[in-house]
Design a protein around this ligand. Structure first.
Ligand SMILES: NC(=O)c1ccc[n+]([C@@H]2O[C@H](COP(=O)([O-])OP(=O)(O)OC[C@H]3O[C@@H](n4cnc5c(N)ncnc54)[C@H](O)[C@@H]3O)[C@@H](O)[C@H]2O)c1
Length: 332
């Protein structure tokens, strides 16, 4: 793909102070884009975007996608919207379905309709593997989904339907990216709703026991964040015929949670037996994506295996927290 086509393009990244959004921002700035971030910092952090603050191609607007007038204002003169803002986490949406709906559906429609009104060239948005719900069939292919198992999953499914509909009735180019368990630098390990990889890393280096939900045989298609960044950049440049669609964005493999825990322990050189507890409500048992459609239509080509991605991720946490890898003196 000719990435120079993105030079000087004006791109709005909602949720750009979050984990995935801030990784996308970095790449876009490297490609010479003008990048605007809209984020209310509910889960995002200023420290994720601190490195861009002095870049004159970068602008940060602290604000909420639930404010439609603000959405309209920030879409002024924007070529592409990359909509990452959402309230993530299945358990959080079960605890607070109203807030989840408000941000993930109402906020989504605000951004989508603002993009229509301001004639944004393309609206690319984060969907989720959770839309596959109770469908057990593997691998997951885009056209077949099950019943949602959480408000979060339902929110994302509704978003996809809105994007599809607006593509048809308002002719806005939309591309939905169904992310599968993303991990990598800048993912928050300390939140109550932390994802499993940063959680395990953080527990292990702090000499704490980790819980595995279920017996460890559940599987996930873990996806390194740089592959997700590539998917977003490629989606900007993909042929118009790829629009009005959703695509699985994953590595295209699967690993058990037990194996994941063992791999992280091995890389860190610290071995602590995990504890096992009941499966979590809303969780799916297995997840594994068929990524053929994304490969063909948006030229998505993931390059980071779980082994490689974990090493990069752990190295990043190491630099950030200054802890020693393989600390020989640790007794656990
Ligand atoms: N991380 C994953 O494994 C994963 C998997 C599937 C889908 N996704 C989706 O990818 C996107 C990014 O997720 P992430 O993991 O980076 O999460 P994150 O929580 O780090 O990022 C989300 C960002 O959105 C911002 N935000 C939330 N509500 C907002 C609002 N009302 N107004 C403005 N900003 C708001 C947050 O402050 C945060 O910076 C989300 O849409 C999420 O649902 C993530």
């Amino acid at each position: 793909m000719d990435y120079s086509q993105l030079e000087n393009k004006r791109i709005l990244v909602t949720g750009g102070a979050g984990f995935i959004g801030s990784n996308i921002v970095k790449r876009l700035l490297d490609l010479g884009c003008y990048v605007k971030v809209l984020d209310n910092l509910i889960t995002g952090k200023k420290e994720n975007i601190e490195e861009f603050m002095n870049n004159d191609h970068f602008e940060f607007i602290e604000g909420d996608i639930r404010d439609f007038n603000l959405c309209l204002n920030v879409c002024d003169d924007i070529d592409y919207v990359l909509h990452e803002a959402a309230l993530g986490s299945v358990p959080r949406s079960i605890e607070n379905p109203l807030l989840s709906h408000d941000i993930n559906v109402n906020g989504f429609v605000n951004m989508l309709y603002a993009s229509v009104q301001k004639k944004v060239k393309r609206f690319i948005y984060a969907s989720s593997s959770s839309v596959y719900g109770d469908l057990e069939k593997l691998p997951k292919v885009e056209q077949e989904t099950g019943n949602p198992l959480s408000p979060y999953a339902l929110n994302k499914k509704v978003d996809e339907l809105y994007a599809l509909l607006f593509n048809k009735i308002y002719n806005i180019e939309t591309i939905g990216l169904r992310y599968f368990n993303v991990y990598g630098p800048k993912q928050d390990p300390k939140s109550k709703y932390a994802a499993v990889i940063p959680l395990f890393i953080n527990n292990i280096v702090n000499n704490q026991k980790s819980y595995i939900n279920g017996d460890g045989t559940n599987t996930r298609d873990f996806t390194y964040v740089q592959d997700v960044v590539n998917a977003n950049v490629n989606a900007c440049l993909a042929d118009s015929s790829s629009c009005g669609n959703v695509y699985n964005i994953a590595y295209g493999g699967r690993v058990t949670i037990q194996k994941l825990y063992d791999m992280i322990s091995e890389i860190l050189g610290i071995f602590i037996d995990p504890l096992y507890r009941e499966e979590r409500i809303g969780d799916i048992k297995h997840s594994n994506a068929d990524i053929q459609k994304a490969k063909e239509k948006i030229l998505y080509n993931p390059i980071y295996s779980i082994e490689e991605g974990l090493k990069k991720t752990i190295n990043w946490y190491k630099k950030k927290t200054n802890y020693e890898l393989n600390p020989k003196s640790w007794t656990v």
